[in-house]
Structures are given as C-alpha cells and as structure tokens.
Design a protein around this ligand. Structure first.
Ligand SMILES: [Zn+2]
Length: 723
C-alpha cells in the first residue's frame, strides 16, 4: 500500500561524468522523444543497456542546467533561479521514472547491478546540487528578497520550500560536515538497496512443498489449484507449492488444518531477513540507524525521527508517540477480547476431539496442552467469523472478480468527479497482461494514462503501490504533460477457467491504490515542487478515503456481481460484510500500531554507542514487551522485513497510515452525514482542496478548506471498533 514518490531523481546535479556518443543517442529510447501517445515510455524499445548511459546523460544535462543558473550574471530572480531550477533534470526524471519502478516490478540480477552502479552516482549528483554554494546563494537571495519581488502566493511558497529543502540537505553546513553528509547519504542509498534486495530474495527463496494430499485439508479449492499450478511451474508436477506471496500465504494461514505447516509458513514469513544467512538484514539495520542518527545530528536534531517529522503534519516525535500510544492501548485491549473468543472456539474443538477419540477409538485422553498461538490467529479468527456472522470470505469472492472490482472503482470515480476510463491496447507495456487506460476528465480533456499490473511474479516486490512513470506537470516551456501512473498489486490470479476472484482485503487494496492515482491525475500546479506534493502523513488520505466507498452497501451493489450469473451480491451477504466490519479490528490495529511504534523507537535512539551495540531481535522484543503487546501478535512487519522503513521512504513515517486514517474517516463521515455518498458539492471541494491543490498550502490548511474544521478522531475510533 505504499505510495512511492518515484523520485530520488529530483535530487540533482554536478558531477564530472563522461557522456555517451551521439551514435548511441539515436538508438537509446530515453535520449529522444519516444514518439508514443502522450510520450508514454517505449517499453517495447527500452533495454537494460539503455539505463546507465541515459542516467549519465541525464546527470550531465542537469549539471549544465544548474551551471547555467549559477553562471547567470543578472540579479537572481524567481524566473532565472527558482523557475529554472524547478524545471531542471527532465531527462533524469524520464529515465529514473522508468528504472526505479522497473526495479520494483521487473527486478533481476542485471537490474540490481545497474542500480548498484547508478545509486551512488545519483546520490552524489543530488548532493552536488544540494551543496552547491553558488546555487544556494542565489536561492537564498530570492528567499531573502521575496517580499520585494511581487510574487504570488504559490511563488512565495515554492521559494520557501526550496530554501528549506536546501537547508535540510546540507547547504548551510560547513565543508567538513558536508563531506560527512555526502558519505552518509551514499552509504544509506546502497544499504537501503541491499535491504530491499535481500527481502526480495528471502521472499522468493522460501517454498512450502506438499506431496501428501492430507496436508491440504481445510484449504479452499482455489488455493489448492494455485499451489498445483505453482508446482508445475517449478517442475514439481503432482505436488503443491505454497509461497510467501499474500495470495498463497493468507489462505494457507486461514484455512490449513495442519497447524505445524501453518507455523512453518508463518515463521518463514515473519523471519524474512532474520535467518543468519547471506540475506540477513540485521547488520544493515544497525548501520542504517547509526548513519541516520549521525545525519540528524549534523542538522542539530537529537534523533532521526525529529529530523524527518519536522516537515510533516505531526511535527515531532512526542506528538506521534502520544498519538500512537493512545490508540495502541485501546487496540491491544480489544485484541485480548478477540483472543478470548478464539480460545473458546479452540476449547470447544478440543472437547469435541477428545469425545471423538474416546467414542471412535476408545482412547481416553486429555488434550490439555493447547493455546491459540501466533500462527493460529488467522485460522481461529476465520472460524470465529463464521460462528459469529455465518460469514466466509469464500462466499464473497465470486462477486469480486477483478474485472468487477476495477470497473466498480472506475464507476465510483465517475460518479464523484465525472472522470472516465477508456481501455487502450496501443500503449507499450513492460509485461504481458499489464492493462492501460486513458483517463479523461469530465470535460473530455486527457488527465493521463493508468497502468494496472495485477499479479505476483518473482521479479516483483510484495505488497501493492502506486507510482508514476511521469508526474503530471508543466515543462520549462509551460506545456502541460499529463501524468503516467502505475498501480502494482499482487492479487490472487485466475486459475483454470476461474477468473481472478479477489478477497475483501484485495478489493480494498485496489481501491486504495486507485485513490493515490486520482490524487496524481488531479494534481495541478505550475511548479513541480508544490504540484501534488504533500507531507508524508497526508499522502494516504487520498488513497484510504477510497476504501470507504468500496465498502458501502450502496456502492457494493454497483460493482459486486457474480462472475458466472451476473447476479448482484445479495443483501444478506452485504449485511454480513457490514456486520463483520468491526471483526478482528483489535488484531489489525494492534499489529499496525505495533509496527509504527517499532519504527519510531528505532528512530528515537539518540546514542550512537547504543546503536552500535544493538541486538536487533532483542531490541524489537524489548520494545514490544514495554508497550505490553500480547505475545500472540507480532508487529505487522518485523525489523528485518520492514521494507517501508529500511528500503522505502517511510522511516519514522509508518505512523502516517494511521494519521491519515483519522483524516480519511473524518472526511468520509462528512460525505455520509450529508446524506449523499456522492454529494457533488463535497466531491468538488474534496477534489479541489484535498487532491488538486493539496500542495498549495500546509496539509491541515488544505484539509480545513474542505472540512471547515480540524478532523475529529471519533469517526476513526468508531470505524476501528475502539469506541
Ligand atoms: Zn497507500
């Protein structure tokens, strides 16, 4: 559910690099116009060998652009400095927008090698710009004189943002500290890459091979079929292979009766990166934490969290800690109740088993040694759900074919904003089966292209995310370029004659990522620094709010139709979804907040010696014990597989999902209270203030323009069953 702001790339230039010759310019698709519709990446022409030369040329071009700004002898102005800088680095953005996204969904050893070469160059390039004294002096001049320059609000904001960026990236440090910062940044870029690659390897290395049919007991047929297909792919026809991808893992944990095999899958998943093998991430974590702390200290912060949070809505670690701790207490208590209810079901099962043994086998036994263990949570919670609500996930899947869910979210966006989605088959794609849609606004103008990549493969990272090949924006000639947005997911694929049928979590995930894309398509602004650019703890508002529509009965009826009969999901089933909406929320919230707290604790460390002597596993255990996390639950991500924090952009930022959830629940409640889920006035205001112009002012200011007041936490607490 990540939103990847693809660009490290807007990090910038100054390195002496050789250029490639003009002959290769003719052949390298990055180095001239693609010649495709909307200049969509020419995936049919792009080859791995094109990346490095294009990166080098891109850095060279941006370096020249920066030099031109620096060498300009006129007095610095908004135009000749800020505007010119804002529009620099176009080629670098073009190649980076493809490469870094392909790293996530078409990864292989060759790509990793290129990344290892490119990342240090890019980091140094970015640092060269950030610490270019002449450039900073010019930006500072505009900043200091901005009151006399007759700038409009947006221009003022862009000037202030850039000035602050440069400070935060080291422009004001002395030379010695700048050298230190460069070393730190370079090391961090490599380490985060290694962390992610290790995780990818650990994901794909584990396979549970089953050759005894009995061990499949309890599993739905769709899962068994998928495992048989995986086995065939892996050259083990006749067996069943389960992997750590969610569509394989989750049904296994939920339905497999063999508890030892559930444990095996569970352990494999949670221990990724913690197996003391060549892909172990513990040493990387320590090194990253030490470097991050040193970086924060260079800027006068006591810990890394405060360095990060200074530009977020939350502002500091104390605010985040208090926010998380209050929710955690309530969630943990709720999880304990859920555990009690599951234990009761387990107890009844044990009694029944004892009875069966004595009646059928004449054995008198007392099965006293049982507990709901960590790896049992999915299994017993599903039983509890069946018992309490007579609700089984497999009842709803036939109504949630991927086609219907996708069309449903398109329909909802159309009802809210008047946008339409037209399938295109002429846009080059990087992998067969990736779908492309042209997104048009209510007035028929083109907002951009949407790429949808649905199913797991070994070259793809786990999870789901939204990213861009190119963000919408004006170029230096004031020409608008529509956004090219990619949604990547890892959903249950089609199997045999059955199309892809999603579960509820996958359905929400698709709507979530789609919400990010609407944010990207609607963002409009003259300057790339502020167009669509929001603080980290705001960014999940546009995405998470869409999940609310997905689950409303009125909306479910619009899209949930049986894949064979076309019958709309019956009210009885919709009622079950509604009734069970609060189900297992203690667990869900607890594991999410526990991970958020773990992230904070790491980045609140203030002592370098402590980090150097850190035992990652022990630290994690101690922190979870300190908050009173029940042992039957682990944080959603353990340290060694917490990719958001150690290879994504979410360090001291995982709390942002919850922070934004308070916003999205409050915002959606506003629609509900109006009596019209698609209230046109509210939709228009939400689009303008919270999506289109969200970068124009601080997150809370923009939010209040829509809501008329600060958000209340009440709708969030109610939605999670915490109140
Ligand atoms: Zn998201």
């Amino acid at each position: 559910m990540k939103f990847k702001n693809s660009l490290i790339v807007l990090a910038m230039s100054m390195i002496g690099l050789t250029s490639c010759n003009s002959e290769s310019h003719d052949k390298n698709p990055f180095l001239s116009d693609y010649g495709t519709y909307l200049e969509a990446p020419a995936f049919d022409k792009i080859k791995n060998e094109h990346y490095l030369p294009a990166f080098i040329e891109g850095m060279k071009q941006q370096k020249a652009e920066i030099e031109a700004i620096c060498n300009n002898t006129e007095t610095p102005t908004f135009e000749n400095t800020i505007w010119a800088y804002d529009k620099s680095g176009e080629l670098l953005g073009k190649v980076g927008g493809v490469f870094f996204n392909m790293m996530e969904c078409m990864n292989n050893d060759e790509m990793q090698k290129i990344a290892e070469e490119v990342m240090p160059l890019m980091t140094a390039h970015g640092d060269d710009i950030a610490m270019n004294p002449v450039l900073f002096k010019k930006i500072k001049y505009v900043y200091d004189h901005r009151a006399e320059m007759n700038l409009d609000d947006q221009q003022n904001r862009v000037v202030e943002k850039y000035y602050n960026d440069f400070i935060r990236r080291g422009a004001n440090l002395n030379e010695e500290d700048q050298t230190k910062l460069r070393e730190i940044n370079e090391k961090l870029s490599i380490l985060s890459l290694q962390f992610g690659n290790n995780l990818l390897k650990e994901n794909s290395n584990f396979k549970l091979v089953i050759d005894n049919e009995k061990d499949l007991a309890g599993l739905p047929q769709s899962s068994i079929d998928a495992a048989a297909e995986q086995a065939k792919k892996d050259g083990m026809e006749g067996k069943w292979v389960f992997t750590l991808s969610k569509p394989s893992l989750i049904p296994f944990l939920t339905y497999a009766e063999n508890s030892m095999l559930r444990k095996k899958m569970y352990d494999a998943y949670y221990n990724r990166g913690d197996n003391n093998n060549e892909y172990d991430n513990k040493a990387i974590i320590k090194e990253m934490l030490a470097l991050r702390l040193q970086k924060a200290q260079l800027f006068g912060y006591d810990n890394y969290a405060n360095y990060v949070l200074a530009v977020n809505m939350a502002k500091d670690d104390k605010t985040v800690d208090k926010f998380l701790s209050d929710i955690f207490k309530a969630a943990n208590e709720l999880a304990k109740k859920e555990l009690d209810e599951m234990s009761h079901i387990q107890y009844l099962e044990v009694l029944a088993e004892e009875k069966r043994l004595s009646e059928q086998e004449g054995m008198v036994v007392s099965l006293c040694d049982y507990n709901v263990e960590r790896y049992d949570w999915w299994y017993y919670s599903e039983k509890l759900r069946k018992a309490k609500y007579d609700f089984d996930e497999n009842q709803i899947r036939p109504y949630l074919s991927l086609d219907n869910v996708r069309n449903g979210m398109f329909m909802a966006a159309n009802k809210l904003y008047g946008v339409t989605f037209e399938k295109r088959t002429d846009i080059p794609v990087y992998f067969e089966g990736v779908e492309t849609y042209e997104v048009k606004d209510f007035d028929g103008s083109t907002l951009g292209l949407l790429y949808l990549d649905f199913y797991p493969r070994e070259s793809k990272s786990s999870g789901a995310w939204c990213t861009s090949f190119r963000e919408g924006g004006y170029d230096i000639n004031n020409v608008w370029h529509p956004a090219l947005i990619q949604l990547v997911m890892n959903f249950t694929p089609a199997s045999g004659d059955t199309p892809a049928l999603l579960d509820w979590d996958e359905t929400e995930t698709m709507w979530h990522e789609f919400g990010h894309s609407l944010h990207a398509f609607f963002s409009k602004g003259r300057y790339s620094r502020t167009c669509g650019n929001v603080p980290h703890d705001y960014v999940e508002l546009p995405s998470q709010i869409m999940e609310n529509w997905a689950g409303e009965p009125e909306v479910i009826r619009m899209y949930a139709k049986h894949y064979q009969t076309g019958e709309v999901m019956p009210d009885s089933l919709i009622e079950k979804i509604e009734n069970s909406a609060l189900f297992n929320q203690g667990f869900n919230t607890t594991e999410l907040i526990a991970a958020s707290i773990l992230d904070m604790r790491y980045h609140e460390l203030t002592n370098l010696d402590e980090i150097n002597n850190l035992d990652v596993d022990e630290f994690e255990k101690a922190q979870m014990k300190a908050i009173g996390l029940i042992p039957e639950i682990q944080p959603r991500y353990r340290s060694t597989n917490f990719g958001h924090v150690f290879s994504g952009g979410y360090s001291a930022g995982y709390y942002a999902y919850t922070w934004a959830e308070v916003l999205d629940k409050d915002a959606f409640n506003f629609f509900k209270e109006s009596g019209d889920l698609f209230n046109p006035e509210l939709a228009k205001s939400f689009r303008i203030n919270c999506l289109q112009e969200c970068g124009n002012d601080e997150g809370m200011v923009q939010y209040k323009k829509f809501r008329g007041q600060e958000p209340s936490i009440e709708p969030y607490l109610k939605a999670r069953g915490l109140k």
